[in-house]
Write a protein that binds this ligand. Structure first.
Ligand SMILES: NC(=O)c1ccc[n+]([C@@H]2O[C@H](COP(=O)([O-])OP(=O)(O)OC[C@H]3O[C@@H](n4cnc5c(N)ncnc54)[C@H](O)[C@@H]3O)[C@@H](O)[C@H]2O)c1
Ligand SMILES: O=C(O)C(=O)C[C@]1(C(=O)O)C=C[C@@H](O)C=C1
Length: 363
């Protein structure tokens, strides 16, 4: 049996556990510092076995996944170095920053084991094992950041195991990872939180701010509901990169201030055109880029029962919807439904079906 130990069975650790559990030859052990959490992992059937003993979880493990907040990774790597790990054991992590954990692992001796940093580029704003899903990584990119000195055989062992996630594995250096992920993930989280807090301050004086907040505000701020501890650690850890990125961000907003002061409609129009073109080139339906799941939008008349009607049409064709949501809802005005699916195939079939029965579908 290949033993996989997962430290911190939350959103990411729990989703990994679900990908591995029940697969032939694999056994999954979950570790928590709290008895109650370990009991919960077992109750929910996410792991085969759960313990609060680090030694019990780590010793004899073929793979160790550290899935705790970034601020705890250094301590975990150090604690592992004091244990007798199985020769050939691969220690990896899922932290959203990669340079600091790579440095921690380089500093300590993981006797007979190899550390290979990792980061699945998929997630959501919810946290905890309750939010874990076996589908979370499907089709997403999973970054691994092996040290150049690492034996390729060890890297291949990890890649082989990660096939169970159905993610696409990509190798990047820790520094390049932190620079790029700082820009496409960490900076957007800062912007979302700053924007929500700006509106929160206005809303103290007028409740209409909350009442009128519609699709645009909700779309750009979903990630502002992400876990505060997880994100505190990510931002503090990647502060050097983020401070540089925020300077560029300030320049971008200053440019907008100037365009407004000068009433420069042409440049504003150009900014939207260029942004739209660039965004349009992104591989839209792939996870980890724009959509976290397979989604499409359907224009519908805004009247009672429309959700049931669309869901029934899809159900009659055995197309599995994973979520359905009204984006706009105003009386007598067309609304938009956001439909989510777990697989590309379901999405393609749904688009085909809805198109055939006369709905306008877009992405
Ligand atoms: N949320 C995302 O979208 C996302 C995506 C990719 C990677 N990550 C990374 O994955 C890791 C886990 O994030 P998550 O979203 O699964 O968070 P989570 O809160 O869902 O899970 C964190 C887990 O760590 C445990 N934990 C928290 N504080 C701890 C501490 N001080 N000591 C020991 N255990 C502790 C929790 O009990 C929980 O099991 C983080 O390093 C994060 O950067 C997150
Ligand atoms: O979709 C989300 O909610 C996420 O925040 C996922 C997201 C991202 O920013 O894309 C967040 C953190 C990760 O480390 C990787 C992915």
């Amino acid at each position: 049996m290949t033993k996989i130990a997962i430290f911190g069975v939350g959103l990411i650790g729990g989703s990994l556990a679900l990908c591995f559990k029940g697969k032939p030859g694999l056994t999954v052990v979950g570790h928590s510092i709290r008895e109650s959490s370990a009991a919960k992992y077992l109750e929910r059937g996410v792991v085969d076995y759960a313990t609060t003993s680090m030694r019990e979880a780590a010793e004899g493990a073929d793979f160790i996944f550290l899935c705790v907040p970034v601020g705890n990774l250094d301590q975990y790597v150090r604690e592992l170095s004091s244990l007798q790990l199985k020769p050939g054991c691969i220690v990896t992590d899922v932290g959203s920053t990669k340079a600091s954990v790579a440095a921690s692992a380089k500093q300590v001796q993981l006797e007979g084991a190899t550390f290979i940093g990792g980061h699945p580029m998929a997630g959501k704003e919810q946290s905890g094992v309750e939010a874990a899903s076996v589908y979370l990584f499907e089709n997403a990119f999973y970054v691994i950041t092996p040290d150049p000195d690492t034996n390729q055989q060890e890297v291949d062992k990890l890649i082989e195991l990660l096939k169970h996630t159905k993610a696409h594995i990509i190798q990047v250096s820790p520094e390049e990872h932190d620079e790029i992920v700082g820009a496409i993930s960490h900076l957007p989280h800062i912007i979302a939180v700053a924007l929500v807090n700006q509106i929160r301050a206005y809303s103290n004086t007028n409740e209409l701010y909350c009442v009128l907040a519609a699709g645009g505000f909700r779309d750009i701020t979903r990630i502002a509901s992400s876990d505060p501890i997880v994100w505190r650690d990510i931002l503090v850890d990647n502060r050097k990169v983020l401070l540089r990125l925020l300077k560029d961000w300030n320049e971008g907003t200053s440019t907008f201030i100037r365009m407004l002061e000068e009433q420069d409609g042409d440049r504003i129009e150009l900014a939207f055109k260029e942004a739209g073109q660039f965004r349009g080139q992104l591989p839209e339906r792939r996870k980890g880029m724009i959509h976290s799941i397979y989604e499409c939008y359907v224009d519908v008349p805004d009247h009672p029962g429309i959700i049931g009607k669309v869901a029934t049409e899809l159900g009659n064709s055995s197309i599995n919807l994973s979520n359905i949501q009204i984006i706009e809802s105003r009386e007598d005005v067309p609304g938009v439904l956001r439909l989510s699916f777990r697989t590309q195939e379901d999405l393609d079939r749904a688009v085909d079906k809805l198109d055939k029965i006369g709905y306008s579908v877009h992405f």
